[in-house]
Design a protein around this ligand. Structure first.
Ligand SMILES: [Zn+2]
Ligand SMILES: [Zn+2]
Ligand SMILES: [Zn+2]
Length: 439
């Protein structure tokens, strides 16, 4: 027998959430993609789990190190060496038993495609890599999903909001130089490398504030236009900065850059132009091309939206080697010409591969110093030939989409010269790989 009366309804886990005016069922139905499970991601994930968000998708390719323990509420000493994404997902499930979590410890760009961005209600960024933020921004714009980005520096923190229809986007806020530098570093380094991370440490105090603000803005966004006992608004295209040195809070509007490359090139995906495929990214490029041809005719081709290196060519010896790797996935050890670069250090004979590993900060240099004997070793970095389409006769045809670097549940744009508009082919066959039950 229940003792509840109208004045004293039965209290449950979510009583206080309801009293806040939040819709528990709405939160339960919502999916939030969190990119980065570091200091900021920990706070974001903790707050979203406390609020009772139904599904969290967490991406982070790092493993937990001892020094993370002083700034990451979800990590314990016994987690050192384990993946951040998985440990954060488990901790979220500890906080909120009804949550569904999906975690990925591989680079965002080759892991989660546009279909996942469309499924997400909000995307929250807690990464320190400029190019990854640019990629999140682009996917959010194409998918029409809000992007709320966070950043930390010492005692300072920043939140930037970009909401559909994206009058201003993250890329608008960058200078041409920043874009080039972000791309140059990223495209030459292993995907998702942290090497353009800010040089300063971040404080767990400011990450709690900034991550908390990101989570709160996401929850407010979910409630826009709904019945809530107070006005709900989410500022769009703003930067909110907390200056932790002066203890001042600033907020200003971001402005559209007329030369923003993302605004110029990005094609939004329209629901009515999506063709759902029962295949996933393990299908061959040739089968995808055939599929697009049945819709768009023999002239059809597929835009990958990124470059794939199909050959490595040495300008010194003329050697050519076939390759098939997404730009950004090529490592320095693969880029050097094996004919023209000595395999060991000229000074001490250490394997040259070990020298590369010791210098992950170098961006395809022509010399590298040995960490042991300091001898300077000359390197010959090969040129790359790239493709960015799947079309008849392409060397990509015999490869699977995954081998080309196409992520799970991606949506690929197919065009034909005669066609009125593009069609977007969604890899729905990956659904169970993206949303497996992990409990
Ligand atoms: Zn823009
Ligand atoms: Zn060579
Ligand atoms: Zn040496």
């Amino acid at each position: 027998m229940s003792s509840a009366t109208p004045q004293h309804p039965v209290e449950d886990r979510y009583t206080r959430v309801r009293q806040l005016g939040w819709d528990v069922d709405l939160l339960k139905r919502s999916t939030i993609l969190v990119v980065g499970a570091g200091a900021l991601g920990n706070e974001i994930i903790k707050d979203l789990a406390l609020a009772g968000i139904g599904r969290l998708i967490i991406v982070d390719l790092d493993t937990i190190e001892t020094h993370n323990l002083t700034r990451s509420v979800l990590f314990r000493g016994s987690d050192v060496g384990r993946g951040k994404a998985q440990v954060a997902a488990e901790a979220a499930a500890d906080i909120e038993p009804n949550i569904a979590t999906n975690w990925f410890d591989t680079p965002l760009q080759t892991t989660l495609g546009l279909g996942v961005f469309r499924d997400a209600d909000v995307v929250l960024g807690g990464v320190d890599n400029l190019q990854t933020r640019r990629d999140i921004n682009r996917s959010c714009m194409q998918a029409g999903t809000p992007f709320i980005d966070g950043g930390l520096f010492y005692l300072d923190g920043d939140v930037r909001t970009f909401l559909p229809p994206f009058n201003v986007c993250f890329d608008c806020t960058l200078t041409g130089e920043e874009r080039d530098e972000g791309w140059r570093r990223w495209s030459c380094l292993k995907l998702g490398s942290d090497d353009d991370a800010p040089v300063g440490p971040t404080a767990p105090t400011i990450s709690a504030m900034i991550g908390g603000l990101q989570a709160q803005l996401a929850i407010k966004y979910l409630h826009l236009g709904r019945e809530v006992p107070y006005p709900v608004t989410v500022p769009d295209g703003v930067r909110i900065r907390f200056n932790g040195f002066a203890d001042e809070y600033e907020r200003w509007n971001l402005s559209r850059d007329a030369d923003c490359p993302t605004h110029m090139e990005m094609v939004p995906v329209r629901e009515e132009h999506i063709v759902s495929l029962s295949s996933g990214n393990d299908m061959s490029a040739e089968s995808l091309l055939a599929e697009t041809q049945t819709h768009l005719g023999p002239e059809a081709y597929v835009e990958l939206g990124f470059d794939v290196i199909h050959s490595l060519v040495c300008m010194e010896c003329g050697g050519r080697e076939p390759s098939m790797q997404r730009v950004g996935a090529l490592q320095m050890s693969e880029a050097v010409c094996p004919q023209c670069t000595p395999s060991s250090c000229g000074g001490c004979g250490a394997p040259i591969g070990r020298i590369f590993e010791s210098r992950p900060d170098l961006v395809f240099p022509d010399r590298v110093d040995c960490p042991d004997c300091f001898a300077s070793n000359r390197l010959v970095i090969r040129d790359t030939e790239t493709l960015n389409r799947i079309e008849p006769g392409s060397p990509a045809l015999s490869h699977t989409l995954a081998e080309l670097g196409v992520p799970l549940m991606d949506i690929l744009e197919a065009k034909a010269y005669e066609a009125e508009h593009s069609l977007f082919f969604q890899l729905d066959g990956d659904r169970e790989r993206v949303y497996p039950r992990r409990d």
